[in-house]
Ligand binder design. Structure first.
Ligand code: HEM
Length: 235
């Protein structure tokens, strides 16, 4: 019987969509964290992403279009990942007992990825839908208002932790799976890779959570942490 190429193709599609989303997130969290440089910096970045410099005014439809593309990749990635979820209670129990017996770090990472991915089905969908339908609200005042007075901070708190961990573990597993950085001493390489991934994870988590704090500060006080007034936070 001829072997089907479908499983390998689906695996490749999952890797590619995951890589695209991880690269997107690496930029997204840096742009988001421009709020740490003050309200003016975030206004400049969000304006530049909507081509304000080119058209002389923001074009929110650009954000809507980008979100539709990212949302589609996100849904494809999540759909492909469903193949990897334990399908019933027996499979779940087997997996848990293997994990306990083996105490293998990389197997626990896989488990972490499953759970953070599961959480993102819901959390990221809420965020993406709001960004797609209300792009005109993005800015220091509108974003701070949404985070504080529309109660998005708990969602962003959990989503930030989930997405950074998920992307970090995903990239680590991709690097191992496709043999990036392979060399003479694979064990040493794996340890170095793990260390590098952890450092990047801690940097991203610290930066993004500090950014969330900066938005909350603007929402509560009406000014950024440099003391610049932020107009337009209607309570
Ligand atoms: C093109 C698609 C996207 C756009 C336009 C977008 C836009 C934004 C904006 C403007 C903020 C600032 C807060 C606000 O205004 O509500 C934000 C925050 C955030 N976004 Fe996105 N986003 C996109 C995709 C995603 C995806 C796919 C994820 C994760 C799966 C994500 C995760 C987050 C998180 C965790 C925060 C809070 C960061 C923090 O803690 O400071 N975003 N996003």
């Amino acid at each position: 019987m001829k072997k089907s190429l479908l499983p390998a193709r689906l695996d490749l599609a999952q890797s590619i969509t995951g890589l695209v989303l991880a690269v997107f997130m690496a930029f997204h969290l840096i742009f988001d964290s421009s709020i740490l440089l003050g309200a003016g910096a975030f206004a400049f970045v969000s304006g530049a992403l909507e081509c304000e410099l080119f058209f002389g005014e923001k074009i929110p439809l650009i954000t809507t279009a980008v979100v539709i593309v990212i949302f589609a990749i996100f849904i494809a990635h999540a759909g492909l990942a469903m193949r990897k979820f334990p399908q019933n209670a027996a499979q779940y129990r087997t997996m848990r007992s293997h994990m306990k017996e083996m105490r293998h770090g990389d197997t626990s990472l896989w488990w972490l990825q499953i759970w953070t991915g599961f959480a993102m089905f819901f959390l990221a969908s809420v965020h993406l839908y709001i960004m797609m339908t209300q792009p005109q609200t993005i800015g220091p005042a509108g974003s701070a208002y949404r985070i504080v007075f529309e109660w998005k901070w708990p969602l962003y708190l959990v989503l930030t932790i989930a997405v950074v961990l998920h992307a970090a573990v995903g990239l680590y597993r991709l690097a191992l799976k496709w043999g990036w950085f392979e060399g003479q001493n694979p064990n040493r390489r794996r340890k170095t890779l793990k260390k590098a991934v952890w450092i990047v994870t801690v940097v991203y988590l610290t930066m993004s959570l500090a950014a969330l704090g900066a938005f909350i500060h603007i929402g509560l006080t009406g000014q950024d942490h440099f003391g610049n007034a932020v107009e337009g936070i209607a309570r």
